[in-house]
Design a protein around this ligand. Sequence first.
Ligand code: FCX
Length: 435
Amino acid sequence: VDTLKHKIQGLAEKKAPQLTALRKEHGGKVLGETTVGQCIGGMRGITCMISETSLLDPMEGIRYRGRTLQDCMDQLPKAPGSKIGLPEASFWLLLTDEIPSDAEVKALNEELHKRSALPESVVKTIDSLPKDTHPMTQLSIGLLALQPTSEFGKAYRSGTLKKNEYWVYTLEDALSLVAKVPILAARIFRNVFMEGKHIPSDPSMDWAGNYAQMLGVSDDALFKDVTRMYLMLHADHEAGNVSAHTTHLVGSALSDPYYSYAAGVCGLAGPLHGLANQECLRWLKNTRQELGGKEPTVEVLTQFAKDTLASGKVIPGFGHGVLRNTDPRYVIQRQFAQDNFPNDPLVKLAEVCFQAIPPVLEATGKVKNPWPNVDALSGTCMQYFGLDQEDYYTVIFAVSRALGCTSNLVWSRMMGLPIERPKSVTLDWLSTKVK
Ligand code: FCX
């Protein structure tokens, strides 16, 4: 932890003059105009927030601290025998702007294991939930049940916490939250789908590999890799998306990371955001069932896609609020599937969708990005290894997104960002304004 603190502090000292200059010398400069359309249209494209951890390019996708996801795959330390950049190494990168050494990732994993035990009260809360409560609801309840353990909350209540120490306690909570979230998530999985038969955490394993073994759906070493890949690719996606923005907004009120991330997880549970991965697998499975053993063809899939649109539904796994190209997270998962299980029926179906669906969406004339996003394949990769409980998929997304959302909270407190309070107006106000 000391090394991590030291590195974050060092980076903040380097960035401090930049932040001061931007605030003091350029604070009055105009960044862009806001149109009436943007005001009504979900604030799309308005530059109005700082997030140091990652930046999205509409064509090339997300970069973690300037590194593309392929760079992260290539450069981040790996588990023995694996080709996947470790997600906990991306956590280090997001926090410090440095690729950690193997020894640093090992030390980070030891620290996470030390912090990973769930308090008995949290275990009881989770175990008492009805099994038909959606896993995402269970996860947000679990995160809130952990809130009393917040070091930030305790320190703030003590009345002695200074502003320049906020980030230190936020980092403490971020580390503990990241340490506990896979344990909590695996417990939810085994409670809901495996009759409450739990698999203990293995302190010799990496963060994501251990999560995979606690889920316990497959002994295949590749299942650990697919989990590592899922958790590395979903870690961060700028701060404007619903889960990251919600976490950031709630954190700006100095609510601690447990409150803030529980709120973010509730946003991730929306079908237009994180829940799209479960919707996508459902769509693929239904399509496969309706095909009734017939080989999927572009013609048939084109018709299925048109029928979905005609019934007033969106085609899950396609489109994006900001990306304007095939999501690089999709590209990396596609490569993994092609390298390891190209003949899986759902992988084959997803391949045909890749050809059939973009032209159908393009033909509507309104979809800004007809290309697949991350959710179009993440579930398909998981189901191959037997994790086909699609209601659970967004929980895996949430385990991963904890890395980005909490790193962002650390940096927001480090930079002393204030409570968020954008201006809202009424329709009458807008109408008067445009006259
Ligand atoms: N299927 C059908 N219609 C779509 C569509 C899709 N996949 N994508 C966009 N559209 C429609 C929108 O619904 C909107 O219609 P409207 O004007 O009648 O309301 C119109 O096209 C313009 O939308 P657009 O500006 O391109 O996209 P938005 O920024 O409004 O929405 C999302 C972006 C991602 C919400 C949208 O593309 C969608 O609903 N996709 C399917 C769900 C999905 O895959 N979500 C996951 C996204 C992401 F990866 C994540 O957050 O996890």
